[in-house]
Design a binder for this molecule. Structure first.
Ligand code: FDA
Length: 385
């Protein structure tokens, strides 16, 4: 059977593209249910966009590539659709928009839009050989080979193989001669040596954290395996093996001034108590032990104050690694944008072949940016089809 447009992947980008592309679209997915990542996203409430979306919030080999699609389909556009579907939502923090009820509302929106466009969604369909027979794209499935005039690849990245991530998009890109940049887990917790923070597991603390990239002032969470929480997930997208992560505790605190002031006002106060007033108790205990902080504020020399202030505002931590694709929210890198038209997501050298969503080398920060990229890139391709 000849199909007008075949979309591979019934996730966020694939379903949204089906809704924008109009009749004649067939969507294939090997999963039993569509948009599983949307369903589990945002702790079950789906952080479906970010009102502060701007190109600077994305990592890519070409920082200009995402501009066109993000400008053509904005966070406000998606919000308009959410409201048209009467989905209650709220802004949590930093422009992040979540469903009031459940992420299933967004899955239903995607299915309703695809249904309105008369797209056919075929689940439980394994995808085999993908090629081109000279006039049509060909896709082998367990139930025979499909032929299509256009092929949209929306099979996501490598994150969370347990949820069906396969990296298929990269293999298709290479099969058609497109370059694929190095891929790595991003928005992923850090691991540290055995038991490094075990006694702190569950403690959350506001920090400002960075590697060589931008700084993120958000929460940091200690886990049995290492460090997580929004600040660490954000930083992980910029981190490379062997690098340190710099953490400022109680961001904005002038620790040297606070210590001097404390020494003057409460000289008999124990250092551990001083820290406990500004940091969670378990973290204060940990730091007091690690920095060998005994005695009172009165005993602090100027040099010791300076050293302590540096340690607290510039805490250097060296992760041993990350939790990898097993828990990474997204995959950094992907189909090289140099081979794609930024207005249509079409491969420059292969007319009719489009790549959208996470498989493209455009990766957003934590906070709804990755879904906004899925919607915007899907809209760009959908309008071009
Ligand atoms: P997506 O992964 O959604 O879809 C790909 C589809 O292709 C899947 O249905 C898969 O089954 C199918 N597929 C893959 N390989 C295949 C093969 N070989 N054959 C057939 N089908 C195949 N982002 C955000 O902005 N806000 C948030 O709140 C969250 N929260 C979040 C939580 C968690 C736990 C994760 C893992 C991720 C997030 N994200 C997020 C990221 C977000 O989920 C991600 O960026 C988008 O789902 C990417 O959309 P895509 O459609 O590109 O891939």
């Amino acid at each position: 059977m000849d199909i007008e447009t075949l979309i591979l992947g019934a996730g966020a980008a694939g379903l949204f593209c089906a809704g924008r592309a109009g009749p004649g679209v067939v969507v294939l997915d090997h999963a039993a249910r569509p948009a599983e990542k949307v369903r589990i996203s945002g702790g079950g409430r789906c952080n479906f966009t970010n009102l502060g979306t701007r190109p600077e919030s994305f990592l890519s080999g070409n920082r200009h590539f995402a501009k066109s699609a993000l400008a053509s389909y904005t966070a406000q556009d998606f919000l308009g659709l959410v409201e048209a579907h009467r989905i209650p939502w709220h802004e949590k923090t930093l422009g992040q928009l979540f469903c009031d009820r459940s992420s299933k509302d967004i899955v239903n929106l995607l299915l309703a839009e695809a249904g309105k466009a008369e797209a056919e969604i075929r689940l439980d369909t394994a995808i085999g050989e993908v090629g081109h027979d000279g006039s049509r794209f060909t896709v082998g499935t367990g139930r025979g080979t499909l032929r299509a005039r256009r092929l949209v690849v929306a099979t996501g990245g490598k994150s969370i193989p347990k949820m069906g991530a396969t990296g298929l998009a990269y293999r298709i890109a290479e099969r058609f001669g497109l370059a694929v940049t190095d891929t790595r887990p991003a928005l992923v917790p850090f691991t540290f040596g055995e038991g490094r923070f075990a006694e702190l597991a569950g403690v959350s603390v506001p920090v400002a954290a960075r590697t060589w990239g931008p700084g993120f002032a958000e929460a940091m969470l200690f886990t049995h395996r290492g460090l997580s929480g929004p600040a660490m997930l954000q930083v992980s997208s910029y981190w490379r093996e062997g690098e340190e992560v710099t953490v400022e505790l109680a961001p904005g605190t002038d620790w040297a001034a606070a210590l001097r002031q404390g020494r003057k006002a409460a000289p008999k106060q124990a250092l551990r108590t001083f820290l406990g007033q500004r940091l969670p108790a378990r973290l204060a205990d940990h730091l007091a032990a690690e920095m060998e902080l005994s005695g009172t504020l009165a005993g602090l020399s100027e040099a010791r104050i300076e050293a302590l202030a540096r340690a607290l505002s510039d805490w250097r931590l060296k992760p041993t690694g990350t939790e990898g694709y097993r828990t990474a929210e997204v995959t950094l890198g992907g189909v090289d944008t140099a081979g794609l038209d930024s207005r249509t997501m079409e491969a420059k050298a292969v007319p009719g072949l489009h790549f959208i969503g996470e498989c493209v080398d455009v990766t957003g920060w934590l906070g709804g940016y990755n879904f906004q990229w899925a919607w915007a890139s899907a809209d760009a391709a959908g309008r071009a089809i």
